[in-house]
Ligand binder design. Structure first.
Ligand code: SAH
Length: 329
């Protein structure tokens, strides 16, 4: 899913963001610059003289992210090779808050927190963003999977560079690019949830077009050859897979059937609302016991994730008693 945000999310309160999202207010540039002096050359002034950055410049967004992760999440060391997706942190955080609500909703309103809650992030990416945010906000333990060796090496470097993370974030290489969940869970292992920000486009050409369109939407009239298309868009496997988002998620669903007893909630972001219908149809055909769609919005951008489970009512109650009842609220 192409998910670089070009909405100037720091320009005032966003009533649409999840209430627990740490990014409700304008970014505090004094605090950010204290945490990350290297952000200074990227700070610009908005027409009303507020400090901001150019959200169209991936180098600026990357430095802003470094400052945010350091000052708000205590992640002192964070970087990734240029050319990879630059994750907009507020949007990524919203998915995690939505997941926490999903767990709370089936746990009498209490979010299960702490390292006994295990999450599997499919396609963790070079930035390792979901495990970082999810661990800091909820104390969950993560396993991240990745098909791209360079992205995996980058995620591993981030984990190694920050004290305490190697105990709570484990990274696994998906060696078969045709598989998604297959081969990623060890025998006897179980996860309270899985999450995924899937590749969105159907082809490299479509991904490039998508980036160009976003660039145009920003009102930039830069010669095609100098557009930082790849910087916006990320690398091949981040952006596209044969058949696009629907095919990727449908395959993940097919692979989830035989892992149905090992996972409480499987979930995936769905970038395009029109993809929900065929995906739900596939879930029904494969016998999912529960299916939910959770809407999210960051500023003007609407997003959503789908959640499914193969556990029946009795199995879910057993799981909660066994795994969540001793979990600190
Ligand atoms: N989670 C990160 C990256 C999302 S991009 C973020 O939200 O910013 C999608 C990621 O999925 C890419 O890093 C891509 O390499 C990875 N990917 C694609 N196919 C995969 C597969 N079959 N198994 C694991 N990862 C995969």
């Amino acid at each position: 899913m192409l998910s670089v945000s070009f909405v100037p999310i720091n320009l005032g309160k966003s009533p649409l963001m999840h209430p627990r999202n740490r990014h409700q207010d304008r970014y505090d540039f004094v605090q950010l610059l204290r945490a990350c002096p290297a952000l200074k050359p990227f700070v610009i002034r908005t027409p009303d003289q507020q400090p901001s950055i150019n959200f169209a410049d991936p180098a600026a967004v990357r430095m802003l992210n470094r400052a945010l992760l350091s000052s708000l999440y205590g992640i002192a060391s964070w970087d990734y090779p240029s050319g990879y997706l630059c994750p907009p942190i507020p949007g990524r955080a919203d998915y995690l808050h939505g997941l926490a609500d999903l767990l709370a909703d089936c746990n009498e309103g209490t979010i299960p927190r702490g390292p006994s809650i295990r999450a599997l992030d499919i396609g963790v990416g070079a930035s390792c963003i979901y495990p970082l945010l999810g661990h800091v906000d909820y104390g969950w333990r993560f396993v991240g999977t990745e098909v791209d060796p360079e992205a995996l090496a980058s995620a591993r470097a981030i984990v190694a560079a920050n004290a305490g993370l190697s105990e709570v974030i484990e990274l696994r290489q998906q060696v078969d690019p045709r598989s998604i969940l297959k081969g990623m869970l060890a025998a006897g292992e179980s996860f309270d949830l899985t999450l995924c920000n899937p590749p969105f486009h159907k082809s490299a050409a479509e991904a490039a077009q998508g980036s160009a369109r976003k660039w145009q939407n920003l009102g930039k009239s830069v010669a095609a050859k100098s557009r930082p298309t790849l910087n916006f868009g990320g690398r091949g496997s981040e952006l596209w897979c044969r058949g696009g988002e629907t095919t990727f998620v449908k395959q993940m669903i097919s692979e989830s059937v035989e892992l149905g007893a090992m996972v409480y909630w499987f979930t995936s972001l769905i970038a395009d609302r029109a993809h929900l219908s065929p995906i739900k149809q596939h879930l029904r055909a494969l016998g999912a016991q529960q299916v939910r769609t959770i809407d999210m919005a960051q500023g003007q951008k609407q997003s959503r994730f789908i959640a499914w489970s193969f556990l029946d009512v009795a199995e879910r109650a057993h799981w909660r008693r066994q795994r969540w009842s001793a979990v600190a609220p």
